[in-house]
Design a protein around this ligand. Structure first.
Ligand code: SF4
Length: 199
């Protein structure tokens, strides 16, 4: 069964230099402090029918990228791959990026052959497990995360993303930068400002 689609929006800020159609999938395997998609993660959404998405997609000449975001898209495994294949058939002219927290590298490996990039969140210095786990409120597996970074860094449209959370010190951001300069394959590292969630 295909993943449910929780919402769809056009964005000029999600990928540098691109007008993207962002498709949001619900639910996540993390429970981050200050998650900005809490409603989505908790499954509070009105489903967008796939037919409606595909109808709009065919007629949208403004966009030059597709982004599958969430929630955490990789929790859907093979169903995510099915959705990607459908999008590919509809708009084979557009690069596809998948946003991920990097917790399911095996799924990332499977879909990597069908997409053009990942946006991989690096929420804290990955070598500081306790700090990472305080943010995601789940277990953090460094070995899996390293696999995720390796897979992501091999694709042309990959970016790494960090939110400048108030509890990250300048030296923590520096550690993340250093980590990515060593393992990130030279892909861009975008540091986004922190905004207090509304709820
Ligand atoms: S990984 Fe993203 S969607 Fe999931 S809880 Fe964290 S911030 Fe929210």
């Amino acid at each position: 069964m295909l993943p449910k689609i929780a919402s769809v929006t056009t964005s000029v800020i999600d990928h540098p230099g691109r007008v993207s159609l962002v498709i949001f999938l619900p639910y996540c395997n993390y429970n981050c402090i200050a998650c900005h998609n809490r409603e989505l993660v908790e499954g509070k959404f009105e489903e967008v029918p796939l037919e409606e998405l595909l109808w709009g997609l065919e007629r949208n000449s403004l966009i030059d990228m597709l982004i599958i975001s969430g929630g955490e898209p990789t929790i859907y495994g093979d169903s995510l791959l099915e959705l990607i294949k459908i999008l590919r058939i509809k708009r084979g002219d557009l690069p596809i990026r998948v946003d991920t927290n990097g917790s399911l590298p095996k799924v990332m490996k499977i879909i990597a052959d069908y997409i053009d990039g990942f946006a991989l969140d690096v929420k804290a210095p990955p070598l500081r497990r306790e700090m990472y786990e305080r943010i995601i409120r789940r277990e953090f597996d460094l070995e899996s995360f390293m696999e995720a970074v390796e897979t992501a860094s091999g694709l042309p449209y990959t970016i790494f993303r960090t939110v400048r959370y108030p509890w990250l010190r300048e030296e923590d951001i520096g550690e993340i930068r250093e980590f990515l300069s060593r393992y990130g394959g030279g892909k861009p590292h975008i540091i986004n400002p922190y905004f207090e969630p509304e709820h």
